[in-house]
Design a protein around this ligand. Structure first.
Ligand SMILES: Nc1nc2c(ncn2[C@@H]2O[C@@H]3COP(=O)(O)O[C@H]4[C@@H](O)[C@H](n5cnc6c(=O)[nH]c(N)nc65)O[C@@H]4COP(=O)(O)O[C@H]3[C@H]2O)c(=O)[nH]1
Length: 722
């Protein structure tokens, strides 16, 4: 759906609101003005009518006078009395005059008007024009306003009187009524209106100049809006104009326009704000998506690519090599001593090491190459173009070198190393999982041949790996299919000159391979974690055998079992063994466990703790393969063990090798000092036996006494023992 741009919407809203506001302001202003005009029209018409009424009433006196003059043939004998009567019945007239031939001869009341007697109107420049016009038109004419000789401003209504002389009309003179302007104006409400703020102006067109003359006006001048009305006066046109300033109307209109624009601005701003919310949300969503993508594709600790991103690039590089015919390389490695650093220095230091190493790795490769962290201390480098295995090897060397450089953290100098496995693309494989597996295989091969090494993947490794895979698969069902068996090898006591106990050694009746010895599958079981189940199966089996032996013979022999490193580190180990012993119902002292020296050295403190618990349970503890794990005498002192087994390698050449003799002698005396018994394993010859007896060795184990045999052959084996 098309959504107009935010600016367009807000702009349109602004225009709409401001237009409505401006239109409304304009309309209310116009309506106000219209109402004002109507009011002014009403007022001005009313005033004009009042003025006209008053004037016409007053001027009717001239007609009465004229009639009287005509009836009395040009004479009014009792002018004063007659005029007094007229003035009383018709108000608003100042005086009445008779002016035969245009010369004023009679005035009532005379008092105060004496100066006007004898005045010839037809010879007065200011009045002649109107007077002549009245005679000419034979109509009552309103003259003035004039400043009167006797004082004041007045208008005069002059009614020309004619007598019939045959067919002719003969002008007799004028009957006039003088009306003071003030009296006329008093008949209107103009003064009252002025007091209410109205302004007015009474004008007429001058008969002489045709110009507009102002007859009367308010103190303040006329302004807009104003309305004018015509006042019909005899033989002339007067006009009244009235105005009333519309105070504040301009300001009100301006305020209205301003308010409209302000509201429009506010409204469009509010709309802008509202419309921005989804945009803001979108931005946040984009940002978070970007962060999530980063999380999904990059390692949070080192900022290197993670497994997912590596896989994506690897797929692209595979396609590219297929398309362009070039080659690439995948290098895999982990840090040889990282676990030791993590355990001894803490995880923060471990993290610091990973960060520094990551930084260094980036400096070795090109920008187009990918360095990825795909596990705790596992790294992979994808060289997107590598012309030859030689080039890849050179990069591997440089990687090994930068990793081996000392690391300074927390005022400590640390060092790690790496062995690198390399697989070439596409010659070694053209899919992601194969290539990753190849590189891993090559890495393990490199590790085996010593630290700081690199190996290329080859077909032999692949064969080995395939074999490993098939063994691993077989291990899954070996227990349930009862394919494991235990062989027992007797242990000879030099003290009692008798066999005293046995070591249980596992074998696998493999359906295709036949009887497999531990060295073929124990390592693989250890790597895959399946060793734990196998280990508990062995303990259960041994405990059952001890129990059966007890039941049959009444004797209780001790049997030793091997514990793998992974099983030894199982947090449930003690609990599981205790449960098996209790369930089977044997004496814990009948069970002996053998742990290799190197397993104990992995985490000495935890090992000491576990061994103490074994001792508390009553289980005998022996250190296996002693002499190969570099444990010091001081360390041995701290380990709560009962026995140590001198590794077969020291026994093998004992008769001929002087230094082995010295080592074995030293080991035996050292162990005895610590009240630890010694077993020598791999005794095959009488010479070895004699020497060990001579050195004071406590126990012996080897083909000289018996090979490991199935339980069914045990009695026979024992009977052949010397
Ligand atoms: N050449 C020679 N060899 C002798 C002689 N006397 C004994 N041996 C062999 O030496 C090995 C002694 O066991 P180990 O050192 O614990 O070494 C064991 C032990 O580490 C491991 N292993 C065996 N059974 C188990 C098991 O049930 N669990 C675990 N975790 N490891 C086991 O496999 C290793 C190898 O076991 P095996 O092949 O049975 O090999 C056995 C035994 O057959 C001798 O006079 N000459």
């Amino acid at each position: 759906m098309y959504l107009p741009n935010r600016r367009v919407i807000c702009g349109a809203l602004f225009l709409l609101i401001s237009s409505i506001g401006i239109y409304w302001t304009h309309m209310s202003h116009a309506l106000n003005a219209q109402a004002q005009h109507l009011l002014l029209s009403d007022i001005v018409n009313a005033q004009a009518k009042a003025f006209e009424r008053r004037l016409s009433q007053s001027l009717s006196a001239t007609h009465i006078l004229a009639l009287e003059v005509q009836q009395q043939n040009g004479r009014i004998d009792d002018f004063d009395h007659f005029s007094e009567e007229v003035l009383r019945s018709i108000g608003g007239i100042s005086n009445l005059q008779l002016a035969p031939d245009g010369i004023i001869q009679k005035i009532y009341p005379l008092l105060g008007n004496e100066k006007a007697i004898g005045h010839n109107i037809l010879k007065d420049d200011k009045r002649r024009q109107e007077a002549l016009s009245a005679i000419k038109e034979k109509k009552l004419t309103l003259a003035g306003p004039f400043k009167l000789i006797q004082g004041g401003v007045a208008v005069i209504g002059r009614n020309p009187v004619f007598f019939r002389d045959g067919n002719k009309q003969v002008f007799w003179g004028f009957t006039s009524a003088l009306i003071y302007l003030d009296d006329l104006l008093a008949s209107t409400e103009l003064d009252l209106l002025q007091s209410k703020g109205y302004r007015y102006q009474l004008t007429r067109q001058s008969p002489d100049t045709s110009e507009t003359e102002v007859i009367a006006a308010s103190r303040e001048p006329i302004v807009s809006p104003h309305r004018t009305s015509t006042v019909n006066v005899p033989n002339a046109t007067w006009q009244i104009t009235i105005s009333h300033p519309m105070e504040g109307s301009t300001w009100r209109a301006a305020l209205g326009y301003l308010t409209s624009i302000t509201i429009a601005l506010f409204g469009s701003w509010a709309m802008w704000f509202v419309l921005r919310q989804p945009e803001k949300l979108q931005t946040i969503v984009k940002q978070k998506t970007h962060e999530l993508e980063k999380f999904a594709l990059y390692d949070y600790l080192t900022g290197l690519a993670n497994r997912r991103l590596l896989n994506e690039h690897l797929e692209r590089v595979i396609q590219q090599t297929e398309y362009c015919g070039n080659s690439a390389a995948l290098l895999s490695f982990d840090l040889d001593d990282f676990k030791r650093i993590n355990d001894s220095q803490g995880h923060e230091v471990g993290d610091g090491v990973l960060q520094q190493i990551s930084h260094r790795l980036n400096s070795v490769v090109n920008k187009s190459d990918i360095v990825a962290r795909i596990g705790g201390d596992e790294f992979t480098v994808l060289l997107s173009t590598s012309d030859s295995a030689f080039d890849a090897g050179r990069i591997a060397e440089r990687l090994i070198n930068v990793i081996s450089e000392p690391i300074f953290l927390n005022n400590k100098e640390l060092s790690v190393s790496a062995s690198v496995g390399i697989t070439m693309i596409p010659s070694d494989g053209n899919d992601v999982s194969t290539l990753l597996r190849n590189a891993d295989m090559a890495m393990y091969s490199a590790k085996k041949s010593g630290k700081r090494n690199y190996h290329f993947f080859n077909k032999a490794l692949q064969k080995k790996a395939l074999y490993k895979m098939s063994i691993e698969e077989g291990l899954d069902t070996a227990i349930s299919k009862k394919q494991f068996v235990l062989h027992y090898q007797p242990i000879f006591s030099f003290d009692s000159n008798k066999l005293c106990c046995y070591e249980a050694l596992i074998r696998w009746n493999h359906p295709r391979e036949g009887l497999l010895y531990p060295e073929r599958f124990i390592g693989i079981a250890e790597e895959s974690g399946k060793i734990k189940d196998i280990g508990y199966w062995v303990i259960q089996e041994v405990c059952d055998v001890i129990k059966m032996h007890q039941l049959h013979t009444g004797d209780s022999y001790r049997v030793a079992v091997n514990l793998s490193p992974r099983q030894f580190n199982d947090p449930d180990l003690l609990e599981n063994i205790r449960r098996i012993i209790l369930n089977v119902g044997i004496d814990a002292r009948s069970l002996e466990i053998e742990i290799t020296e190197s397993t104990l050295m992995e985490n000495v403190e935890s090992a000491i703790h576990t061994l103490h618990q074994f001792k508390e349970l009553g289980i005998t503890v022996a250190i296996d393969d002693f002499g190969t794990g570099y444990s010091s005498l001081a360390m041995l002192k701290r380990l709560p063990v009962d026995k140590l087994k001198i590794d077969r390698s020291f026994v093998k050449d004992l008769s001929s090798n002087n230094s082995d003799q010295k080592i074995v002698q030293a080991l035996i005396s050292m162990a005895h000092t610590l009240q630890i018994s010694v077993i020598a394993e791999g005794i095959e010859t009488q010479e070895q036996f004699n020497l060990l007896q001579q050195y004071g060795c406590d126990f012996g184990q080897g083909y000289l006494f018996s090979k490991p045999v199935p339980i069914t052959e045990l009695n026979e084996a024992m009977s052949t023992v010397i």
